[in-house]
Design a protein around this ligand. Sequence first.
Ligand code: SF4
Length: 408
Amino acid sequence: MEVTAAFSRRTTRQVMVGDVPVGGGAPISVQSMTVTRTADHEATLQQIYDLAMAGADIVRCTCNEIEAAEGLARIVPRSPVPIVADIHHQYRMALAALEAGVHCLRLNPGNIRKPEHIRLVAAEARDRGVPIRIGVNGGSLHPDLYDKHGGRVTPEAMVESALDEIGYFAEVGFDLIKISVKASSVPIMIEAYRQLAEVTDHPLHLGVTEAGPPPAGLLKSTAGIATLLAEGIGDTIRYSLTADPVEEARAGRQLLESLGLRERKNVDLIACPSCGRAEIDVVAVAEKAMEAFTDREIPLQVAIMGCVVNGPGEARDADLGIAAGRRRGHLFVKGQNAAVVDEDEMVDALVEWAEFIHEHGADAALARVDTDRAAREAERDRKGLLAEQGDDVNDAGTRIERIRSRIA
Ligand code: SF4
């Protein structure tokens, strides 16, 4: 499926995280982070596979103890996606992770502060050709910068932290760099990335840190990440949710697909908002359908519509949809009526048709059925519902009449 390039993107350098290019016009990648103990390499690998299935292109694992580094040595060769080691406080863990063969490091400049340690890690990464993400975090800024900027987390302080780290890296000739300047405040995070994009062409990793549990965490992350992506800023993204990390990967993937920045991989489910005409519980059916399509890689737009009176017309651009009639569902393909199914079989029918269309195309799917008969049945239900419900099922006309009579 073709992707519409809706936003022009800032020109950045490119680094390779394993076999995944980041920056330099490469597709924006989705990242997530395991929550298992990295030392438990089997459980961590299982989670990495789950994250990759959900849409993660790159996965980060903490490397906080020597057992974690040893776990990484077992994980990296078996991982389906490149692995980033997350390093805080102990520069020796960065050296151990490099020894384990990780594809990238994340260093927090606020936590690894001694210039000689930073230079040592950068020189080792340089010799191995491994990139480093400078992961500035508003919650763990270097104390000197914090004081310098008035005892507050400011966009300027975060950008200065990133530039200081680039300076240390430059001293040893290392420039395989990605940068993040995350904050839990969306306005501060947005401004920090905007300022950073003005002063460097290194690729940027976007995220709102400690965004919290969904749905608020999803909204905060989307507000920050999507705003910047729409301005052309950002080369790789991560949702930081207090939730199963699979949700992070799914959310990242869905955001990029909805912005037209990545090719669609999964179903784009649309559903009507429901109204007085609805013949089914649209929310419940849509949720059931979402569950049924999750993890099925079918890049089609599928519609769930509450009634056959307006549904097929309102969703005529969908590849496939279903609209409720009188205790049955009218399935339509590209706006054309195709089949009638029992109400309790609507979701199963959608999945079966979606799989067939994905494999053989809409024309082949329609060729299997009597579309004229399906259209006649739909028309019969449509007329029946109109006769029962009337033209003005939401009673808007009556209300408008009352308003007019009041102000007349
Ligand atoms: S008219 Fe039908 S399709 Fe449109 S919102 Fe109401 S129930 Fe849904």
